[in-house]
Write a protein that binds this ligand. Structure first.
Ligand code: NAI
Length: 532
């Protein structure tokens, strides 16, 4: 697909000695303020800290490709069709009237950030998040991808049964131009046996090194054919089972490369795609829950300074849970149990009806309240000294059932049962009905667009005494935890804590984008409204 949409000029200018604009870069100075805390005999001693940094963002948004693994599935075809509808401004009839294409559900394209106050009125000023820094427009993404099902994309869209017929009808010729997906890697042991009937488009043989080489060649060809500066490789294929972590097989960068050479059975297709992207120097994002990023792959990404992000799109139930559980715990209310049921009838649901694939999803959905519970030891007892485990924790179960009749319209039912004042109990029940792929697709776009942006941002630490910089600018750490807002089980730098709170994830992203233009993070203090 060749982009048609005009690029918009960058809409914000910051006038400050901390922000410098050149033809090529925006360079900003940022003071990272924190507090060091030491605890002794139950007493906390807090020392405020400040460390200056500089961020340098390349202003030119390169021509960007998005290669989807699983492009013939519900998410893949919905993403392609909705980008085409937006690009060609296709409107369609529904029983409610005429529908315009849009990007509702995308944090970048459909939400705003408070950038300051109007000097004249004192009112808040909000801008679209996508205006804070130069970002690729979704209409400009060049699309391609692989699927083990060889159905042409117009027919695959029909099979997905997500979009209104009148939209499908009009977008089908454009989808047909995209052709059929590239053949992919299929190891039946990793996805449910019920997917076998789809697998008619697979790279032949069992040699994993040859498979890796083929995928690398596909990425290179796509990049060259479309004259791209950057390709984001994105897993939106079936959920795989977990890979066993085996010393000497996938625990180090050299081990995983050797295991690919020897076609070891524990190397999954998604891990092969990740390695291909890393070796090609292109970012890889995992939209599904399995442990694609075994320790050896994280180490390989570090070695090649190649960006990775994951895991599992956070579209409905988990997103709400990360808000609701935090709300309860921060309100001083103690959730005792969270019971979550889902049923869905799309192909994802079919695949998840198999035990080992369900288990991947269960793990990904289960850790989401951990950090909120850990942050409140008034409500939940910490593990006793020497005791293993997480300490006191609400009971938390997740059930997923396949009900073909409901198709892509997933039902999520959650019960939050909490202890309230003086022995009282509160029960909140949520019934969440959502069109799965229509929630997931904008997240894929946000992830791809943010990832492209983060490849253009470099940083350096400045001496704290205000003297001149001594270091060169360097890229960010390869694991892009700034993507956490869109992901159920965020992958973070090894040894650092996972933040699941949706509010904290969003604040981190907002503060980072603002830091890159030299504007301090959002202050809800609003001091001027509280003083004379
Ligand atoms: P889907 O089943 O409709 O699509 C997956 C596609 O991947 C299928 O076309 C299948 O043929 C293909 N595939 C399977 N193995 C492959 C391989 N090795 N190489 C290339 N293609 C392969 O599923 P859907 O609904 O599009 O979801 C995709 C993934 O995203 C699933 O893992 C799902 O768990 C995850 N996800 C989806 C969310 C949603 O709301 N739709 C939310 C969170 C995660």
């Amino acid at each position: 697909i060749h982009p048609t949409a005009a690029r918009r000029p960058h809409a914000i200018t910051v006038q400050s000695e901390n922000t410098l604009y050149t033809e090529e870069h925006i360079t900003s100075k940022f003071f990272n303020r924190g507090s060091n805390v030491s605890v002794s005999d139950g007493h906390f001693t807090i020392t405020p800290t400040v460390q200056p940094y500089e961020f340098q963002t390349k202003r030119t948004v390169g021509k960007t490709g998005l290669l989807l693994i699983g492009v013939g599935g519900n998410n893949g075809t919905t993403l392609a069709a909705t980008i085409l509808a937006n690009r060609h401004n296709i409107t369609w009839h529904t029983k409610q009237g005429i529908q315009q294409p849009n990007y509702i559900g995308s944090l970048l394209r459909a939400s705003t950030v408070r950038i300051g106050t109007d000097a004249a009125t004192g009112n808040d000023v909000h801008v679209p998040v996508s205006d804070v820094l130069p970002m690729v427009h979704p209409n400009d993404l060049v699309l391609g991808g692989w699927d083990i099902s060889g159905l042409r994309l117009d027919k695959a869209m029909e099979r997905a049964q997500v979009l209104d017929y009148d939209l499908q009808r009009q977008v089908a010729p454009f989808m047909a131009q995209l052709g059929a997906p590239l053949p992919s890697i299929y190891y039946p042991d990793f996805i449910a046996a019920n997917q076998e009937a789809r697998a008619d488009n697979v790279i032949p043989g069992t040699d994993k090194q040859a498979h890796l080489d083929q995928i690398r060649a596909d990425i290179r060809k796509f990049k060259a054919d479309n004259e791209l500066d950057r390709v984001i490789v994105f897993w939106t294929a079936n959920t795989e089972r977990y890979s066993d972590i085996i010393p000497g097989v996938n625990d180090t960068a050299d081990a995983i490369l050797a295991s690919i050479k020897s076609s070891h059975s524990e190397v999954s297709p998604s891990s092969l795609f990740a390695v291909a992207a890393i070796l090609e120097g292109e970012p890889f994002v995992n939209g599904a829950p399995q442990n694609t990023f075994v320790p050896g792959i994280i180490a390989l990404a570090e070695r090649h300074q190649s960006f990775i992000g994951g895991d599992d799109l956070k579209s409905g139930q988990t997103k709400l849970k990360s808000v609701l559980a935090e709300f309860l715990v921060n309100a001083g209310i103690k959730p005792l149990s969270i019971a979550s049921y889902n049923h869905l009838g799309n192909n994802d649901g079919h695949n998840l009806s198999a035990e080992r694939q369900f288990r991947s999803k269960e793990i990904s959905k289960s850790s989401v309240v951990d950090d909120m519970v850990d942050a409140n030891r008034l409500l939940y007892k910490a593990p006793a000294a020497g005791e293993k485990g997480k300490g006191e924790h609400p009971d938390h179960i997740v059930v997923i059932k396949y009900v073909p009749a409901v198709g892509d319209s997933k039902r999520a039912i959650d019960e939050y049962y909490s202890e309230i004042f003086c022995g009282g109990r509160s029960t909140i029940n949520i019934f969440n009905e959502c069109e799965d792929s229509l929630l997931a697709t904008p997240l894929i776009l946000d992830l791809a667009i943010l990832t492209e942006l983060l490849t253009r941002v470099k940083y350096r630490q400045l001496p704290a005494d205000g003297s001149a910089a001594q270091k060169d600018f360097a890229p960010l750490y390869p694991v892009l935890s700034l993507l956490s807002y869109m992901l159920k089980a965020p992958l973070v730098k090894p040894g650092t804590e996972v933040v699941n709170s949706l509010n904290r994830q969003r604040n981190a992203l907002e503060s980072f984008l603002k830091a890159c233009i030299g504007v301090e993070g959002s202050s809800d203090l609003l001091l001027e409204t509280r003083i004379w």
